[in-house]
Design a protein around this ligand. Structure first.
Ligand code: HEM
Ligand code: FES
Length: 354
């Protein structure tokens, strides 16, 4: 244990945020219990409190599991990400109160130890309608309390990042256990269909959010791979195919030169962006009738070899391009003047250099 414990560093923002979270939970409990009392007049105060705390923990868990993928997509969610641990501790506390009150209510008045009773009083594992749903909640509770107890950086450093991360990935196991706890529990209690329905919607929401985030991450990883492989061969990642409008160019700086990558009739060609006439910005020109036209005085160049049409004899260097996974790769080494290169189709994913 090489690291010493440092108390949580509070700052005014964190304090305000915590007050908001606690206030939000209390408000939720008050509204939930008032509405439930009106809908289920026969329900006791204890039952209302147990249900209120259980659903509050569930709502907090959904918020916690949504923050990561949302923040990856939109940085405006980042403040919530920085405070996610506080939300986690709040959720574990609320879940603990729910579990403790339930254990008291249903297991404390017999002659068996309440914890033993919680795990042994119902053994109908062969029946979906009678399934022992409470032990599922208890296992989930152990996980969320363990996570809250180890959420401080002190544990992150002492357990090492991979162990800590693995432990905290257990939140998905806890989530699955809670899904079963609530779904199976709803078959045995008269708490209505709203909670199971909301649970289903919540699962669809979280599933879709995580799938989208995973896809975006996969695409980013592939782009990174393309970039690294290209760099290893001396090629550079110039831009995305979609960044080049038809008939126009994207100008990039390659090895100190300005290079214009033109798109014409679905094909790409790269030539120096410096016009041979008076160094005009060729890359700001257009492709007209298959020829690149300089915007300053109209000099023309053939995209495939960089030479001007007869009777002119200006020549600009050309460069090799290729397309991989929607990215345009450029070899920043200019080809000898007048070298012919076949324009590369924009859809030529994975094609080799022309
Ligand atoms: C020792 C642990 C636990 C025990 C003994 C326990 C027990 C119970 C019981 C008896 C009910 C039925 C209440 C009723 O409708 O009358 C219930 C429902 C519920 N529990 Fe738990 N639970 C535990 C852990 C958890 C955890 C960790 C969560 C979530 C974070 C959770 C969320 C819920 C929810 C959302 C309901 C449904 C409430 C409703 O239908 O309105 N429980 N639990
Ligand atoms: S600078 Fe290009 S045509 Fe004059």
């Amino acid at each position: 244990m090489g690291h010493t414990y440092q108390a949580v560093q509070w700052n005014p923002q964190k304090k305000r945020y915590d007050q908001l979270v606690v206030g939000g939970v209390l408000l939720y409990l008050a509204v939930f219990m008032a509405v439930s009392a009106a809908v289920f007049p026969e329900a006791t105060l204890e039952t209302l409190l147990i249900r209120g705390l259980g659903t509050a923990a569930l709502v907090l868990l959904h918020i916690i599991l949504s923050i990561g993928p949302l923040a990856r997509r939109d940085p405006r969610w980042l403040p919530l990400l920085y405070n996610r641990r506080h939300l986690g501790v709040t959720m574990a506390t609320v879940a603990f109160l729910h579990g403790a009150f339930s254990t008291l209510q249903f297991h404390a008045f017999g002659d068996v130890n309440p914890i033993v009773s919680l795990f042994t009083s119902n053994t109908r594992v062969d029946s979906i309608a009678q399934f022992p749903f409470q032990p599922l909640g208890a296992c989930a509770l152990v996980i969320v309390v363990l996570m809250a107890a180890t959420s401080h950086d002190f544990w992150l450093r002492n357990l090492s990042a991979p162990v800590w991360k693995a432990l905290h990935m257990l939140v998905y196991v806890a989530y699955a256990l809670i899904l079963l706890h609530v779904a199976l529990g709803s078959l045995q209690t008269e708490s209505g269909t709203v909670t199971p329905a909301a649970l289903g919607l919540g699962a669809v929401w979280l599933g879709a959010l995580h799938l989208r985030a995973a896809r975006a991450e996969g695409a980013r990883d592939r782009e990174e791979e393309v970039r690294e492989a290209a760099a290893a061969e001396g090629w550079m990642d110039a831009c995305g195919v979609d960044e080049i409008p038809e008939g126009r160019a994207k100008v990039v700086v390659a090895a100190g030169d300005r290079v214009a990558i033109f798109r014409s009739e679905g094909h790409l060609s790269a030539l120096s962006s410096v016009c041979q006439h008076q160094n005009g910005p060729l890359g700001e020109g257009r492709v007209v009738d298959g020829l690149v036209v300089c915007p300053w005085h109209g000099f023309q160049y053939r995209p495939r070899c960089g030479t001007s049409p007869e009777p002119f004899d200006e020549r600009v260097p050309t460069f090799r391009v290729r397309v991989e996974d929607g990215r345009v790769l450029l070899d920043p080494r200019p080809l000898p003047l007048g070298t012919e290169t076949d324009p590369v189709p924009v859809s030529s994913a994975g094609s080799s250099p022309a």
